[in-house]
Design a protein around this ligand. Structure first.
Ligand code: HEM
Length: 380
């Protein structure tokens, strides 16, 4: 299923050009929302989440949603709420000791809410899939769901086929959740860190203005923007949004660094142990883009940079996420200057994360005014 998902996602958007166009279109929608605040402080969470969710949604369903669509809003909000709930103490405890479920009784309010949210989202997704199913044309594959349905028809009656309805809905739900909160959270950390460190924002905007001027940033510009690239990597390193990655289970006995790990053991990789390793990074707990630059200011790759984890089950959306982060971040910084609200100093700006399954920025607000080279908004 992973292989099918990867190759289909590549065909439907994660292929470089197709995806780049989708992201650039979405940047314009997001920038329009930002513009409406006219410099007043606002919380970037919802518009940013809706924008990134539209990228995975258009790959999966073949079309984007309006940010004002109440069904879409609820799906994104529930999915993000679930990621927060999944990291709560009671859910973690329940996962460790499921048999304690009944004893934990009233304690499990979070679990009830999580299940209710999942159920509601799955019902909405079933409706979206049904509509695509009704208009399915096997000669014209419009999106991920279509590809799955066509394969399902081809393998109909085949024993053991993975292409059944339940797998389709669960895959769609996983892609939606995995593709929304992670990228949205990282982008919001980025905007907050730019407001906190204006001298770093200055350097990003100076580099962009010098290298690409007014035109729309493109993925290939990454190579000519070493400082900006280093800043985006440093945002991901410091934000460490998935410090526990995802839990795994050993499929056989393994000996690792002299320790025997029995088959069936739960393994939780601590990404923080590399992203903030004191022997790897000069200032592991500070925001320092120099971690990714050599003395001449060239970008350098670092082995300890593993926000997408590693190995055969590493993040399936890494290339999509990297493209989204680069294009959203550069396009927003080209249009806007982000700052702390009046009356709050940069040093006072709190960066204590909210702990869930991901580490999200605190509910702070940022202001913006036109950037160094504000580009006119294209009509989408
Ligand atoms: C900044 C953004 C992102 C970060 C930091 C991130 C990080 C991760 C991490 C750490 C894992 C766990 C890997 C493991 O189990 O070893 C993961 C898994 C996954 N990610 Fe991402 N991710 C991001 C964006 C995305 C996007 C945009 C998608 C959409 C396609 C996506 C889809 C997935 C899927 C489907 C998995 C499960 C893979 C599997 O179990 O085989 N991710 N991600």
């Amino acid at each position: 299923m992973r292989r099918f998902a990867l190759s289909t996602l590549r065909d439907f958007g994660m292929g470089k050009r197709g995806c780049e166009e989708k992201i650039i279109q979405e940047v314009h929608h997001l920038a329009e929302v930002f513009e409406k605040f006219e410099g007043e402080p606002f919380n970037t969470a919802q518009p940013v989440n809706y924008a990134v969710s539209n990228i995975i949604s258009s790959i999966v369903y073949g079309s984007r949603f309006e940010y004002t669509d109440p069904v879409f809003q609820k799906m994104v909000d529930r999915s993000n709420e679930n990621i927060r709930l999944a990291g709560s103490a009671e859910i973690q405890l329940f996962n460790l000791f499921p048999r304690l479920g009944r004893c934990l009784g009233q304690w499990l309010g979070n679990r009830a809410l999580l299940m209710k949210n999942s159920h509601s989202n799955i019902e909405e997704m079933k409706g979206l899939v049904k509509r695509l199913q009704e208009s399915l044309n096997p000669q014209q594959c419009r999106c991920f769901v279509d590809c799955f349905l066509i394969r399902q028809q081809e393998e109909a009656g085949q024993k053991g086929s993975h292409f059944h309805q339940n797998n389709l809905i669960m895959t769609v739900a996983n892609l939606f959740a995995a593709g929304t909160d992670t990228t949205g959270t990282t982008l919001r950390w980025g905007l907050l860190l730019m407001a906190k460190y204006p001298h770093i924002q200055d350097r990003v905007q100076e580099e962009m203005s010098r290298v690409i001027g007014d035109r729309q940033p493109r993925t290939e510009d990454r190579r000519s923007l070493p400082y900006t690239n280093a800043v985006i990597h440093e945002i991901q390193r410091l934000a460490d949004i998935l410090p526990l990655s995802l839990p795994h289970v050993t499929s056989r006995d393994v000996t690792f660094q002299g320790f025997l790990i029995k088959k069936g053991t739960a393994v939780i990789p601590l990404l923080a142990s590399v992203l903030q390793d004191e022997s790897e990074w000069k200032n592991p707990y500070s925001f320092n883009p120099d971690h990714f630059l050599d003395e001449e200011g060239h970008f350098i790759k670092r082995d300890a940079f593993l926000p997408f984890s590693a190995g055969r089950r590493a993040c399936l959306g890494e290339s999509l996420a990297r493209m989204e982060l680069f294009l959203f971040f550069t396009s927003l910084l080209q249009r806007f200057r982000f700052s702390v609200p009046t009356g709050v100093s940069e040093t006072e700006l709190d960066l204590t994360p909210i702990v869930g399954a991901t580490l999200t920025p605190p509910p702070s607000t940022v202001c913006h005014k036109p950037g160094v080279n504000p580009t006119p908004l294209l009509s989408a």
